[in-house]
Write a protein that binds this ligand. Structure first.
Ligand code: HAM
Length: 521
């Protein structure tokens, strides 16, 4: 069969393509290859080590969550939720889907029941869709039952019926099964898990960390991916002591330093609480209205939707205007002012250098009081390597008892990029030994030696196809092996190996049982 032709896949009864096609990772997601993956492993290991010393335990969270979880916590109006979330629909497997074929009025009853039993979400959109389906199906039934009017042709009747069918399809667009999202961040998941598993019954603060992929439908660029990785920690408990904030910040700085990154900057801010922030936001909105003409379209829109986000603007022409706006630090309530002052004292106590950035408002709705960000050099526009803050009302918002929360998430991709930019990337991991064997009788000995050495913790390359010794040693050199273990008929007979130190080119004869010790020296 010529390439490009179709054929029936045997047994499956469906069409399969025989034409070869190459695939690439989809836009904004990437493979992490060796040797870079070794650097990722090392960074993750440092994260685990540092978390252990601060008394944090790992939580493994699902990647799929109820979409509504993020709308409620991160905020339905935020960019992350309104524009960047990957949403998937889970239609019940045992329920027919009226969007795939036209239902009868009787079949609609099952759909309605499904919204009552919780099999389908009983959202306003779904209830409205069912009402609309009923209306359109009623019209279709009536159309089918009525005789043609005088002068009406079969074709004009059909055209009217097709219009109704089209209306039916349009109604279906608002109907939905359970909506899941690929998590865009993990704080909401941690809080969900904390409430779901009653973790508040544990003694002391609940201190958790996580590592894993997050998903945001952003425009990909350097340091910005659609699947990216975070290392994050969260502290949940009854205290909002600024010492917790300072400890969390200290933890991430220790982690960054142990990874070998230098030249980073810590920015902190307080964005107030539900007492003082709304008053400040109104003040800010009023000030923004006065300078509206000097702002670009995005900032103009945000005056209504979320004026705080205007402070985040990177638009060059807006910078002068923004600098003149009222600053939140001057409008904090007494308790928030005290908290922020204490935080700075706590950082000073820990010898942590920081800069106050009054414009640091962060793009997620759940924050209150402390917010912080760490930037790293060499990353270009996407230079925020870590972001975090306090979110005292979030547990309550998600149906739990009043609880305080504080945490951060660090973008692993960006940290690794910054390390690589600083020349601290990973080099390929060369094997300790390469076994160059020749002759059928040497192969079993090569297998035996490889197994013994690997059990002793050494990394060993064992080729399975027989090669000429020159080719074998050439490969050992290209792989940068420290030693080549040469096995031929003579070695097998004598029960020893010729060991070549690749860097020096020196050779020694070593008894098989001495190999492990010889290689370890
Ligand atoms: P976030 O600022 O949205 O905060 O993300 C934290 C970090 O994730 C960023 O500073 C950045 O390094 C990295 N990041 C975000 N988006 C991308 C992307 N598209 N590509 C690569 N890296 C990215 C949060 O996610 C909060 N949950 C942090 C938190 C935890 N607050 C309290 N607890």
């Amino acid at each position: 069969m010529a390439s490009g032709e179709w054929r029936l896949a045997s047994g499956e009864g469906r069409r399969a393509v025989t034409e070869a096609r190459k695939f690439q990772a989809v836009s904004g997601v990437r493979d992490i290859l060796p040797p870079e993956s070794a650097l990722w492993n090392r960074v993750e290991q440092v994260a685990r080590d540092v978390c252990r010393t601060y008394g944090f335990s790992e939580i493994l969270l699902p990647i799929l969550e109820d979409r509504e979880l993020f709308a409620r916590s991160v905020g339905a109006e935020t960019e992350i939720v309104s524009k960047e979330m990957f949403t998937l629909e889970d239609w019940p497997l045992d329920l027919d889907d009226p969007r795939k074929r036209i239902f009868t009025a009787e079949e609609l009853i099952r759909l309605e029941e499904a919204t009552k039993t919780g099999k389908l979400p009983s959202s306003e959109a779904n209830r409205e869709a069912i009402r609309e389906f009923r209306r359109v199906i009623g019209k279709m039934d009536a159309e089918q039952a009525r005789p043609l009017d005088s002068g009406e042709t079969r074709n004009s009747w059909l055209a009217g019926f097709v219009r109704l069918a089209h209306e039916y399809m349009v109604v279906g667009r608002s109907l939905h099964g359970q909506l899941f999202a690929l998590r865009p961040e993990a704080t909401a998941s941690v809080v969900r898990a904390y409430i779901e598993h009653g973790m508040y019954t544990q003694p002391g603060d609940v201190k958790l960390y996580y590592l894993g992929p997050m998903f945001r439908r952003e425009r990909p660029q350097k340091g910005r991916y659609r699947q990216f990785y975070q290392f994050g920690v969260e502290v949940l408990g009854q205290s909002d002591h600024p010492g917790i904030d300072a400890d969390v910040i200290e933890l991430v700085l220790v982690f960054i330093e142990r990874c070998g990154l230098v030249g980073h900057t810590l920015y902190i801010n307080s964005i107030g609480c539900k007492e003082c922030r709304p008053k400040y936001v109104e003040l800010l909105r009023a000030a923004l209205v006065n300078v509206k003409d000097k702002l670009g379209p995005d900032s103009q829109r945000r005056i209504e939707t979320n004026p705080l986000r205007v402070l985040d603007s990177k638009v060059e022409s807006e910078q002068g205007v923004i600098e003149e706006l009222p600053r939140i630090g001057d409008h904090l309530c007494e308790a928030c002012r005290e908290h922020f002052k204490m935080l700075q004292a706590m950082l000073f106590m820990r010898e942590i250098a920081y800069e106050v950035n009054w414009r640091l408002v962060r793009g997620l709705d759940y924050y209150m009081r402390t917010t912080f960000e760490i930037t790293a050099p060499g990353l270009g526009a996407q230079n925020a390597v870590c972001g975090g803050g306090r979110y005292d009302g979030l547990v309550e918002l998600l149906g739990g008892a009043p609880t305080k929360g504080m945490g951060f998430a660090l973008g692993t991709d960006r940290l690794i990029l910054a390390l690589q930019e600083a020349g601290k990337g990973a080099a390929a991991q060369p094997p300790d030994a390469y076994i160059a064997w020749m002759g059928a009788t040497a192969y079993p000995m090569a297998v035996r030696i490889a197994r013994t050495l690997r059990r002793a913790g050494l990394s060993v390359e064992l080729p399975h196809d027989e090669m000429k010794i020159k080719k074998s040693l050439g490969l050992a050199a290209r792989l940068n092996a420290r030693f080549a273990i040469i096995l031929g008929e003579n070695e097998v007979a004598a029960g020893n190996a010729t060991v070549k130190r690749m860097a020096e080119g020196t050779q020694s004869t070593v008894a098989e049982k001495e190999l492990k010790n010889f290689l370890k020296t």
